[in-house]
Design a protein around this ligand. Structure first.
Ligand SMILES: NC(=O)c1ccc[n+]([C@@H]2O[C@H](COP(=O)([O-])OP(=O)(O)OC[C@H]3O[C@@H](n4cnc5c(N)ncnc54)[C@H](OP(=O)(O)O)[C@@H]3O)[C@@H](O)[C@H]2O)c1
Length: 317
């Protein structure tokens, strides 16, 4: 089969398809024939430097998510040809991932789904919708009456979070650090679009839920910008600050404001099914920024690195 195989930090111009053996199943693992997969910011991080860490298998086929059909069900009880979604759990890091025609995946991270969506549409769902869903519902307990701030909303996860929150009936404020993207946020459905200069407090009022996608760079400011009793969920790291040095919970979290975080490593069949059910109920189409054929995987990775695509990048096989 064709696959992208990495052994060391790799420049995006050097991303190529290689010939590798189709993996053979083993107990507890199934072989998935991949039909489409989404690209993620974390795969750029893996390719550029994270690959040097010991916890990354080498060589590794990257890719933390995919959709496809069961090609060999092993001892799973699933059926050959069954439609599945797979994500995370070490995929593309501690075992080979989705930048390939087939992937051998642990059955507990492979979720059967029924859907009439095209493969490309389905490919936009696993990681991005699951992360938005978990952040909004598991962590922020989002309710229709909420006023939600999405900080760093011009990423795939941001646009999807706007879509889900608006479908629920929330009032949504999206921020961007680029003036020319304010109109995109309005088009995405935001009730207000605000240019983020690092300080939100004087710009917003009545916000009781906040999804922080810029991350630690702006997290303290977000915590001090929302109402007492409100919740902030830190899910993103777009601001490229990865540790909060000197974090003092007594002074850095205001009285009566709640801080949580979401990590997409633990998807469940119920949550995946709930996403498909919610989208069906609200007649939502998965949001796609751009699609590429697998033969053009390098171009897809270049698009990811340049950050010029507004929304999810999906690769079809
Ligand atoms: N916690 C988890 O488990 C989890 C799961 C998935 C993703 N994430 C994180 O969530 C974030 C979004 O992921 P994604 O896959 O949706 O990313 P993505 O679509 O690849 O987002 C990249 C885009 O974010 C925009 N952006 C917005 N605010 C930014 C800022 N302050 N600094 C830099 N770029 C900014 C950039 O566009 P402009 O600069 O043009 O606006 C860029 O094009 C990432 O940090 C990712 O690591 C976390």
């Amino acid at each position: 089969m064709k696959a992208v195989v990495l052994t060391k930090p790799t420049k995006v111009e050097d991303v190529v398809l290689s010939d590798v053996e189709i993996p053979k199943v083993k107990p507890g693992w199934v072989l998935v024939k991949i039909k489409a997969f989404g690209l993620n910011h974390s795969e750029q991080i893996l390719r550029e430097f994270e690959i040097e860490n010991d916890y990354i298998q080498k060589p590794v086929i990257p890719g933390i998510e995919c959709v496809g059909e069961i090609a060999d069900a092993s001892d799973s009880g699933l059926n050959v040809g069954q439609k599945v979604v797979a994500l995370m759990g070490g995929m593309g890091r501690s075992f080979n991932g989705s930048y390939a025609e087939y992937a051998l995946l642990p059955v507990h991270h492979v979720f059967p789904v029924e859907s009439k969506l095209t493969w490309a549409e389905m490919g936009a769902i696993p990681e991005t919708y699951f992360t938005a869903w978990g952040s909004l519902f598991e962590c922020l307990h989002l309710q229709p009456s909420d006023r939600l701030l999405i900080r760093g909303a011009t990423c795939a996860l941001g646009y999807v979070s706007v879509q889900l929150a608006k479908a629920l009936g929330c009032n949504v404020i999206g921020t961007t650090h680029k003036e020319e993207k304010l109109s995109l946020l309005k088009e995405a459905g935001c009730d207000e679009a605000i240019l983020d200069d690092g300080s939100m407090k004087s710009k917003i009022s009545g916000v009781n839920k906040a999804l922080e996608l810029v991350g630690i760079k702006t997290l303290r400011d977000t915590l001090f910008s929302i109402e007492k009793g409100g919740i902030v969920c830190n899910t993103g790291i777009l601001g490229k600050v990865y540790e909060w040095n000197g974090f003092d919970p007594i002074k850095d979290i205001p009285n009566g404001v709640y801080l949580t975080g979401f990590f997409s490593n633990y998807p469940t069949q119920k949550m995946i099914q709930d996403i498909f059910t919610f989208m069906d109920k609200h007649s939502l189409k998965p949001l796609i920024g751009a699609t590429f054929d697998f033969a053009h995987i390098k171009d897809a990775c270049v698009a990811l690195d340049r950050g010029k695509v507004n929304g999810k990048i999906v690769v079809q096989i």
